[in-house]
Design a protein around this ligand. Sequence first.
Ligand code: ISE
Length: 339
Amino acid sequence: MNSELRIGIAGTGAIGRTHIDRINNKLKGGSVVACTDANPDFGKQMGEKLGLAFFADGEALVASGKVDALIVTAADDDHEKFVMAAVKAGMPVFCEKPLAPTAEACKRIIDAETKGGKRLVQVGFMRRYDPGYRQLKKLVDSGEFGAPLMIHSAHRNFEVGENYTTPMAITNTLIHEIDTLRWLIGEDYASVEMAFPRCTKYTHKDLLDPQIMILTSKSGVRMDIECHVNNHVGYDIHCEVCCEEGYLNLPDLSAVQRLVNASRVQPICRDWSERFVDAYNTEIQEWIDSTLAGRVDGPNSWDGYVACITSDAAHKSREEKKAIAIDLPDAPAFYTEAR
Ligand code: ISE
């Protein structure tokens, strides 16, 4: 491996371009030098604009000899094909969440990675790198507040595109909470249930909004998560961990309070790129560092798979209108041993 990581990016949409910018202009140890996109015309245009070599598909990019590692920021349905191209070539790959839209697809990735004999895949669960969530986890883990009993969370967006539909609230948005809460309490889930309040007037016929997910861990910690993606207010993330000896609340990003027009105004973020900028920077920097050192330190394919077993069960709960038990296999040693 070179001393500087040469990175290819598969998916030149919004999140892809924020990663290109952070890697090429802010972070150390790597640079994005090439790209591909499921939409070749768009990818080519972006490649020219950003000064990146363009390749027609993931296999050609990976085989080009121009990159040491791949970042996948394509649409969720295209994650699997790009991750597979890297895994089959033995190349380290960072894939934005979800690893794939279904557990079945994640399992194919796990089988290919295991067959190759080396852990290569990191999944972009960036909440684990957010300073606020890291503080929260440290306090939960300290044991000072006793056992966690309940968690109340909310994931609110100002608005989402017209192509965002009911299942995407789980696969594209709540997937963050599914991974974060499992990591926060260090426990797997036993069941999931979806509930549907009255819909907001700001939604459309293919999107039930808001939705509530109720997760129960194996030891009985009960977690409710509101997902409201067309709130027309702002990007608002909550997490309150109710423990035996106290309540732990996720801090908001600091913002100066304004006193105007006989009101106190506390600004909040407009979207994820603002709210989680520090988390993304730390996540990608740590991925570059560990990749150069030949390791995968962050959330791996097993975490991506477990999250999708949970999201598949959540879809089933919506369809069958009942709580669904989650039956998780034990993680194989390939994913638990230090490597
Ligand atoms: C988006 O893909 C994200 O990852 C955001 O964090 C989330 O808030 C949004 O709902 C998703 O569509």
